[in-house]
Ligand binder design. Structure first.
Ligand SMILES: [Ca+2]
Length: 549
């Protein structure tokens, strides 16, 4: 914390002369910066030398911290590959861009950074993992240069799609992607460039290059402090995330996989330096999600605990940030797109939901808490939809579609999240406040999507029934809900709050075809957002309403 304050002090000092030197450059025509975003897959925040890791070495990535800024409190809003990548490119929460799983394509109609920068005169490129939708090996809108692969890809001898052509390559994917990136960066061009170098590493199955195999074989591995934790006070779905196997070996392979990425970062920075454009390039280094390495006996990501949602976030851009700075503001993957937009000098905000990292670092904007979200995946049905709020001192976690305990952690004296305080009366007012804050955050960011708040189901066949908007809406204290049935059948009309708790069952009966009207008196309910769900046979429709007394 003290280091962070020192760094803030140095920002303002450095700002003056850096601004002066930029003004001088601007008059010579060196206007818009190049932008390079390096995304590692599944790299947790602590897996860096710059993050104070006891034995892991990442000198080239650390160089970005030494010559730039490290955000020591950086998080994702959704700890999963595709949703996080969509957020990185759009500055939107998953419930807004709708890439809520690993199979949904990014809506080409959304304003995303590649298209925005291409239209603004940037030469744009994606080299590496795209992983949105099922046909994603093909070039996507907004990229002049495309070197990618289908889905997760493979570590060895990957089949790549290069500008629309399938090309079989040989070697380790980290080396191959790096070579393509060096070729792109080495081009002579009049335009500034925007490049996303998106590594397959360090995703499972951890496969380091031969030269890095066993470099940590003799490292002093220690089990995390929460390994062996008794999880009885926590939700039962954690049982589906337990680690089984040789934790030391898997951890070692993960770190050895990172060694290749570190070497790649070194080559890329050397190329920028050789081209004499390093200081005119905004370099952002980050990951799409964190990763458990045995903390709470867990493995993988998805969950709302710190190891899963914290990411590394390093920015090198001397025009903005002094060398060797760090700040502890809450920075999110949501903020990367707005940062790029600001760096490129664009005035439009494109309705993005994040803040520029420059504005956050200089405290021109303030973020005291943020929303975390996770959606049910077809392939992982045992992990429920999750919403959480993280403040400076607390984290409150709820699962939406299952009857599981919520979780409350006092991060100021339990940073490892070992004591669930959800039933502790001493924290009942804190809990009440956090529930209200979470509801408010969801409402403010538009997280009222019908398929997440209630049961993961959406749609319905309008030929069979129609659920109409309730009236009035907002209402106080009663509202009328109308619907029409095409044929006679079993009907259930229920009300849920934003955490998926049922507030009322209004109809549970066989009803005749035709129009129906039901009144809900909510005099005893707290204010907030609610959902009413009409189930006719196996079909469901849901709508949102607001109680405001
Ligand atoms: Ca990932």
């Amino acid at each position: 914390m003290r280091g962070g304050l020192r760094a803030i002090g140095s920002f303002f000092f450095v700002l003056f002369f850096v601004t002066d030197s930029f003004a001088a450059k601007a008059t010579t025509g060196a206007g818009r910066p190049n932008i390079l975003v390096i995304v590692v897959d599944d790299l947790r925040a602590k897996a860096l030398g710059a993050s104070g890791h006891p034995f892991l070495k990442s000198p080239n990535i650390d160089r970005l911290a030494n010559e730039g800024l490290i955000f020591s409190n950086a998080f994702v809003t959704h700890s999963l590959c595709s949703p996080s990548r969509a957020t990185l490119l759009t500055g939107l929460y998953s419930h807004k861009h709708r890439v809520v799983d690993n199979n949904t394509s990014l809506d080409p109609g959304l304003p995303a950074v590649p298209k925005i920068l291409q239209a603004a005169g940037y030469e744009t490129g994606l080299i590496g993992k795209w992983h949105m939708g099922n046909v994603e090996a093909q070039p996507q809108p907004g990229f002049d240069r495309w070197v990618s692969f289908s889905g997760q890809g493979v570590y060895t001898d990957p089949l790549l799609n290069i500008d629309g052509q399938d090309i079989q390559t040989t070697g380790h994917i980290t080396d191959i992607l790096t070579d393509y990136a060096l070729e792109f960066l080495g081009r002579d061009r009049q335009k500034p460039f925007f490049l996303v170098l998106s590594h397959k590493a360090t995703h499972e199955p951890f496969t380091p290059q031969k030269k890095f195999q066993e470099i940590y074989a003799n490292a002093n591995f220690t089990f995390p402090p929460t390994w062996g934790e008794n999880l009885s006070g926590k939700p039962s779905y954690l049982q589906h995330h337990l680690f089984a196997g040789d934790l030391k070996l898997r951890t070692r392979l993960y770190y050895e996989c990172l060694a290749g990425v570190d070497e790649s970062v070194g080559k890329v920075l050397a190329k920028l330096q050789q081209k004499n454009i390093l200081d005119e390039t905004l370099v952002i280094f980050t990951s799409d999600n964190g990763f458990f390495l045995g903390e709470h006996n867990l493995w993988d990501k998805r969950l709302a605990y710190e190891e899963s949602i914290r990411i590394p976030l390093l920015v090198r851009y001397p025009k903005w940030f002094a060398a060797g700075s760090n700040v502890d503001v809450f920075a999110l993957n949501l903020d990367i797109a707005p940062t790029i937009i600001e760096a490129a000098g664009l005035k439009e905000a494109f309705n993005m939901q994040g803040f520029s990292l420059r504005k956050l670092a200089y405290r021109e904007v303030e973020r005291n808490c943020f929303l975390y979200e996770y959606f049910v995946l077809f392939a992982y049905p045992n992990t429920p939809a999750i919403r959480a709020i993280r403040t400076r001192d607390y984290k409150y976690i709820v699962s939406l579609n299952v009857n599981e305990t919520g979780e409350l952690y006092n991060l100021s004296n339990d940073p490892l999240e070992t004591r669930n305080l959800i039933n502790d009366q001493a924290f009942s007012r804190v809990l009440q406040r956090l529930r209200f804050q979470l509801d408010s955050l969801r409402f403010a960011t538009g997280d009222t999507s019908v398929d997440t708040a209630v049961d993961g189901q959406t749609g319905g066949n309008p030929l069979q029934f129609e659920l109409y908007q309730n009236f009035p809406n907002p209402f106080n204290p009663a509202t009328t809900i109308r619907y029409a049935l095409r044929k006679t059948g079993p009907v259930r009309l229920e009300i849920f709050d934003t955490n998926g708790r049922k507030a009322a069952t209004l109809v549970n009966a066989v009803q005749r075809s035709g129009s129906h009207t039901v009144r809900w008196n909510a005099a005893n309910q707290p204010n907030g957002v609610y959902f009413y769900r009409l189930r006719v046979g196996s079909l469901v429709q849901t709508r949102k309403m607001i109680l405001l007394k």
